[in-house]
Design a protein around this ligand. Structure first.
Ligand SMILES: Nc1ncnc2c1ncn2[C@@H]1O[C@H](COP(=O)(O)OP(=O)(O)O)[C@@H](O)[C@H]1O
Ligand SMILES: [Mg+2]
Length: 293
């Protein structure tokens, strides 16, 4: 079921065109990775979704309702973790978690206690003494203890150490299995690669690519390592072979993923001793997009 949908969303800040065309959707039981470098428009998109700022164009719906017209109904059913968590300095972490949970009908106290343990968090200290990572933990524990239908995380692990990152990943898997919808903005590609069913790539305020990791890999190239019996020639002229490096009978190149058969045909006459292909990582896909194509 479609939980969240943005179509052609635009947002300007005076002369800055922060969002020019944001189109994406998230279904229940799905994690959508929302990736792009700093300044691409991830947080602005999320602020539009939360109804914090008004959009200048396009459609934005959560649970089938316009985010700007029905914020109260929508907010009861979503949990949000901002990238930069601000807290009341004189309340303790525990008090703030309870306050956030009460905004969502109380949440689950047993789940909260378990999360406090898992995240190795001390809830008794005042918020002013917390590091960025600890402030994020406050927001994460509160969000993950509430029973929402949609979870929005804006670069949630940027202040967490790797151990805590993996706790977060386990929890995201848990809520996904419960059938929740999750929008995870991130520039940590390994995290997105581990957790997400689909990704949307945003560049300069525009979503330029959406799909499963499989889909996106399909659009791109794999690395080929080949040992031939005879020295191969003529490969550098082929339009679907790129970055060819040849050392005698050893070849390394990038082959376009929809040209596998052609590549095998070309190699065959030289005799193939060994062949290894490696699909691109999300990192590589991403770099290619940002180099501009
Ligand atoms: N309140 C604001 N006023 C003016 N410009 C803004 C404001 N918020 C964001 N921007 C600009 O909009 C663009 C997108 O920013 P942002 O959504 O924060 O990117 P991301 O979260 O992907 O790093 C940037 O160019 C940023 O400088
Ligand atoms: Mg941001």
């Amino acid at each position: 079921m479609e939980i969240l949908s943005l179509k052609g969303v635009k947002k300007n800040f005076k002369k800055t065109k922060a969002l020019t065309d944001v189109t994406l959707s998230v279904n229940s039981g799905e994690v959508l990775g929302f990736i792009g470098p700093n300044g691409a428009g991830k947080s602005t998109t999320i602020r539009v979704l939360l109804g914090v700022i008004a959009r200048d164009g396009g459609d934005a719906k959560i649970f089938g309702k316009d985010v700007w017209k029905h914020p109260e109904e929508i907010h009861k059913r979503i949990a949000y973790v901002p990238g930069d968590v601000n807290l009341w300095p004189n309340l303790t972490g525990g008090e703030i978690i309870d306050f956030f949970m009460r905004l969502h009908g109380g949440g689950d106290q047993a789940k909260k206690d378990k999360l406090i343990q898992k995240f190795d968090f001390d809830p008794k200290k005042k918020a002013k003494s917390y590091s960025k990572g600890n402030r994020q933990k406050v927001s994460l524990i509160a969000a993950l203890s509430t029973n929402a239908d949609l979870y929005i995380f804006d670069e949630p692990t940027s202040g967490l150490d790797p151990l805590m990152e993996s706790v977060f990943q386990e929890e995201v898997k848990r809520i996904k299995e419960e059938g929740k919808a999750i929008l995870l903005s991130s520039h940590i590609l390994s995290e997105v690669e581990k957790l997400c069913d689909r990704v949307a790539i945003i560049k300069n305020g525009k979503v330029i690519e959406t799909g499963t990791l499989e889909d996106l890999r399909h659009l791109t190239r794999s690395t080929y390592r080949v040992e031939t019996k005879e020295v191969a020639n003529g490969l550098e002229e082929l339009p679907y072979i790129h970055d060819l490096k040849q050392d005698g009978k050893t070849l390394v190149f990038q082959g376009e993923n929809d040209k596998v058969e052609e590549i095998l045909e070309i190699l065959k006459p030289f005799g193939v001793h060994a062949l290894q292909t490696t699909p691109p990582t999300l990192e590589e896909l991403f770099i290619r997009h940002y180099e501009g194509k």
